[in-house]
Structures are given as C-alpha cells and as structure tokens.
Design a protein around this ligand. Sequence first.
Ligand code: SAM
Length: 218
Amino acid sequence: MKGTPLTEATYEYIVTHFAAGERSLLERMSVRATAAGMPMINISEDQAKFIAFFLKAIKAKQALDVGTLFGYSAAIMARAMGTDSEVVSLEFNEKHANVARENIETLHLRNINLKIGPAIETMKLLRRESFDFILIDADKPNYLKYLNEALRLIRPGGVIAGDNAMAFGKLTDKISKSDPDFANITAIRGFNETFSNHKSLFGTLIPVGDGMVMGVVG
Ligand SMILES: C[S@@+](CC[C@H](N)C(=O)[O-])C[C@H]1O[C@@H](n2cnc3c(N)ncnc32)[C@H](O)[C@@H]1O
C-alpha cells in the first residue's frame, strides 16, 4: 500500500492535536440529535477541520450545504467563514431540520440559512455562480443531479465537494444486489466516474472520513 493507513490511534492523534474544537462542537450538537433518535451520519471530525481549513484558505464567503442532518457541516462552515458570510443548508426531513434549527439557535450562528424541501428543487431556485464552495452530502442516488445543479451554482474557480466518495468502505468491493447499500454504492461509483472525467472539474479524492471528492471548477 502507498501511504500510511489511518488507524484508530492515528485518527485520535489527528483529532486531539488538530480537531479538538470540531470534536467538542460535534459532542454539543449530537445531544439533541441522539435524543431525537437521528442517525449519526455526519462528516467526521478530521473532515470537518479539513473543510474549515479549506474554506479559510480560499476566503470563502458563500457556501452551499446539500444535506443538513442536525447541522454539523453547516455549523463547521459557518464558523470557518465568519459572521460576514452565509451558509445555505438544504434539508427535506422536518425532524432533522427542527433539530438543526435548535442547534443553530443555541450556537447563535446567524449566518446559516436553512431551507426546507427536496434539495434539487431548492437548488433550482438559487442564483447561478453565487457560491464559493458546495458540499454534496444528501441522498446518493441523486448525486449526479446535485452535481449538475452545483455546476450552475458555483462561481468560476469555486470548489464542489462530494462526501462518501469511498462508499462506506465498499468502493472497490464486489457487491451483490442483495447488499442493502447496493443502490448507494452504485450511485457513488457513477458519481466518482463522472466527477473524475468531467471537463470542467480539476478533481481529486481526499481519503478523509468516508472519502471526499473535490473539484475546482473552470
Ligand atoms: C449524510 S446526512 C448530511 C450530514 C451533514 N452534511 C453533516 O455532515 O452534518 C444527509 C441528510 O440529507 C437529507 N436528505 C436526503 N435526501 C434529501 C433530499 N432529497 N433533499 C434534501 N435533503 C435530503 C437527509 O434527511 C439527511 O439529513
């Protein structure tokens, strides 16, 4: 294998040394989510720090978060970009949106604009070329549709990212139709293929969390 595998001990080292703030934010926001019985399918703590780092590096001021859950990725982006910025976060599940709203209010993050409804419909209503960064992290079978809309919404030189690019660890496995993740894994493989070959994207796959593709548009 090329590179160093990420063991539990290395992950703990990274989080302890470089993502302690992201861990404590997640612990805080998880309380309501756990009480509401929500799935903990948020981005990982080291991934959160990487996204925050990246947004600061490109001085992003407008981000789109496709898939809110309990608001963790939105909060990470809102904190990294600062009060003179906006995160538009999309969620269709009322329960998830309510928990996210309560979390966002508790954290006084006034720069998060939560929009409820099917993400693709909301994306169609947004202004073209208005985002510096777009994170796609909702239902996997719609990833290609989100990518098409994201390409309209991102500014020239902005960055589109897609989470779960390593397909829950099954990216290169032989999978059968009886696998409960079959549809999601197939969708992710198709998305990665399109992303890596897209003529408007200078892309890469960062092996952080469950893998995240990132592409500069232009
Ligand atoms: C993986 S979670 C998002 C995690 C979040 N990005 C984070 O890291 O904190 C996916 C979310 O997308 C929402 N979702 C799924 N399909 C959707 C759709 N068609 N439109 C809007 N939201 C959707 C789910 O309800 C869920 O809350």
